[in-house]
Design a protein around this ligand. Structure first.
Ligand code: CU
Length: 302
């Protein structure tokens, strides 16, 4: 039920109306939000492309409606009290000390509000930790300061490092759409995953604590040396999605991005074959072809 009937602003129409009514439109401006990467002057989240990310965005919007409503209500009460009970209008103050009805109300209503927040919040937590049966397993290993991604079942391993400016320029000259090689996010070896497939991600580290995070997927998991943590995603939209290490891990913490490209299954299989044969030219050709296709379809990063 969550994540359906969503308008392009990333909110359901009913919720959007409520948000506008309570002045929350300001914080919910994801129309400007980037898909798969941040965009200039962005306030909202990056576009959600997994059921979990959609549920996260819904909870965020929902809680913000409550926050704005409470804030507006308290502000109105304060202004009214300042005006109505000022010394000029109310020279002899009432000596009332208790009012049972009001005391019951200001206890019960906040409890109900907390319950109304807790229910969808627990539902989201439950969904995040209920792993559907995997179609594919991806192991992400953090190093200071880059990532290795492996598909253990496919016996495939991909090391990636950030692209320097001259390398980005070379990629653009070679035909890569400029938006798909953003500064500080593009890497030399993207990882491809098939669209609409459940991917389990096993996350670990070889040295210090890193974190594997893709905003558009709604995933963020610490990469702890000597431990295996896990998350999962099911990307429902093709495109390239960038993420970053999100645990302060050292001097190059901000220079170990993650790039996951969601593609059709036949393309993924083609890429796996070429990668296993270490056919670098073929891998490049596949990625360039898909990148152009996805740019043409106005998908993520465009
Ligand atoms: Cu790190």
């Amino acid at each position: 039920m969550l994540g359906t009937n969503r308008s392009t602003t990333g909110m359901s129409p009913r919720l959007a109306a409520l948000a506008t009514a309570s002045g929350a439109a300001l914080i919910a401006a994801p129309a400007m939000a980037g898909s798969g990467q941040p965009s200039p002057a962005q306030i909202g989240f990056q576009e959600a492309v997994t059921p979990i990310a959609e549920q996260i965005h819904w909870l965020h919007d929902y809680v913000n409606v409550i926050i704005f409503s409470i804030t507006a209500f308290v502000l109105a009460l304060l202004l009214w009290v300042m005006w109505r009970y000022s010394e000029t209008r109310n020279p002899t103050p009432s000596r009332t000390t208790h009012n049972t009805t009001v005391e019951v109300l200001w206890t019960v209503i906040p409890v109900l509000i907390l319950v109304a927040i807790a229910i969808p919040s627990f539902r989201l937590l439950y969904a995040q930790y209920t792993f559907p049966p995997p179609d594919l397993t991806l192991k992400a290993t953090g190093h200071t300061w880059n990532w290795t991604h492996e598909f253990p079942d496919l016996k495939l391993s991909v090391d990636s490092v950030i692209l320097q400016d001259d390398e980005r320029e070379a990629a653009i000259k070679a035909g890569m759409p400029p938006k798909q090689v953003p500064r500080n996010l593009a890497v030399n070896n993207e990882v491809l995953v098939p669209v609409n497939k459940v991917v389990h991600v096993l996350v670990t580290s070889t040295d210090v604590i890193h974190a594997w995070r893709i905003p558009s997927f709604g995933t963020m998991t610490d990469a702890v040396p000597g431990r295996m943590t896990a998350t999962w995603f099911k990307a429902t939209k093709e495109g390239i999605y960038f993420g970053q290490c999100s645990e302060l891990c050292g001097k190059d913490h901000s220079y170990m991005p993650i790039a996951i490209r969601v593609v059709k299954e036949p393309v993924f299989n083609e890429w796996v074959e070429a990668s296993k044969k270490r056919d670098r030219a073929k891998v490049k050709e596949i990625i360039l072809r898909v990148a152009k296709e996805q740019a043409g379809q106005n998908l993520a990063a465009n």
